[in-house]
Design a protein around this ligand. Structure first.
Ligand code: PLP
Length: 294
């Protein structure tokens, strides 16, 4: 894990108009601790250590970037990690969960119904040495950590910053960190997730809520972690033509949305646009070998 690997890559060829598009390669921190997860976890981990906790406990699905990131980041800081995983234990563990176990995470599989009752899981597992992190790192602590995604490199010259949105924690951090001349646009990767505005606003102060931001729906390709052959083709084309490896859950949908919105004239000519490569490439291991060129 090395945040010094991050750089801003110029992209030419995603759109054919006069936009200046670049991408913050936060995916390069680590192949497993994907870009935004490192940032969202950093203050949860700092607070856990400061409170004398020995264990990080959290939640996620079998391909969760958050789960595997927590396992590796926690271990690197000398913490035990525990993951409550959605669904029954599969016969063969996903590569994500195999990695998490190899990083020392203790996995507990919980049925889908029980998984949705987070409070019950927490109350059944009371341990004063445990620090709980919400699923996906959602929370003000996560958003505060994500603020430094905009300051790790000089991003002040960009007028538009666009990221993928799951829980909205990263986007809330970008809004917090944005300068007054910058607009933050989020591409929602969940289908018709219209409660996301309220969930993001819950992480912002009254003044931050007045900043310039917008969430765009309709680029989910059928829903969370769903994909089509067109999306796979787009990912392979992006790799070949833009030298950009993308993940199918978040960043491929982000880039596709930007290309499509640009073709519809969404952005002012000569805009300086910064996309956020938030990582997630480990999730592509759920594809059959040969599906992707990378
Ligand atoms: C988790 C994740 C996101 C979504 O982040 P939120 O803060 O939950 O909105 C975006 N991109 C990648 C690659 C992720 O792993």
């Amino acid at each position: 894990m090395n945040i010094n690997n991050i750089y801003i890559q110029d992209i030419t060829g995603l759109t054919n108009n006069t936009l200046n598009i670049s991408i913050l390669r936060a995916d390069l921190i680590d192949p497993v601790v994907s870009g935004n997860k490192w940032f969202k976890l950093q203050l949860y981990v700092r607070d856990a250590i400061a409170a004398g906790k020995s264990t990080l406990a959290t939640f996620g699905g079998p391909y969760s970037n958050h789960i595997v990131a927590t396992s590796k980041y926690g271990a690197s800081m000398g913490l035990q990690t525990v993951g409550f995983i959605r669904g029954e234990k599969p016969v063969t563990l996903s590569p994500t969960l195999t990695d998490a176990m190899e990083n020392g995470m203790i996995l507990h599989f919980v049925s889908r119904e029980d998984f949705d009752q987070t409070e019950k899981i927490i109350s059944h597992n009371q341990d004063p040495s445990w620090a709980w992190i919400p699923e996906g790192g959602y929370g003000i602590t996560g958003a505060e950590g994500a603020k430094s995604m905009l300051t790790i490199k000089d991003t002040t010259s960009f007028d538009t910053i666009i990221c993928a949105v799951g829980t909205g924690t990263m986007m809330a951090g970008l809004i917090k960190a944005a300068a007054t001349h910058q607009k933050i646009i989020g591409i929602s990767v969940l289908k018709n997730n219209f409660s996301i505005d309220a969930e993001i606003n819950a992480l912002l102060t009254a003044n931050e809520s007045k900043k310039n931001f917008e969430i765009i729906h309709g680029y989910d390709f059928g829903g969370y972690a769903k994909h089509t052959t067109a999306l796979i083709r787009f990912m392979n084309d992006s790799y070949k033509n833009l030298e950009l490896p993308l993940d199918f859950v978040y960043t491929a949908k982000l880039l596709y949305a930007v290309q499509n919105l640009a073709s519809k004239g969404k952005f002012e000519p000569n805009s300086k646009i910064l996309l956020i490569h938030s990582g997630g490439l480990q999730g592509n291991r759920s594809f059959k070998k040969g599906t992707l060129l990378f």
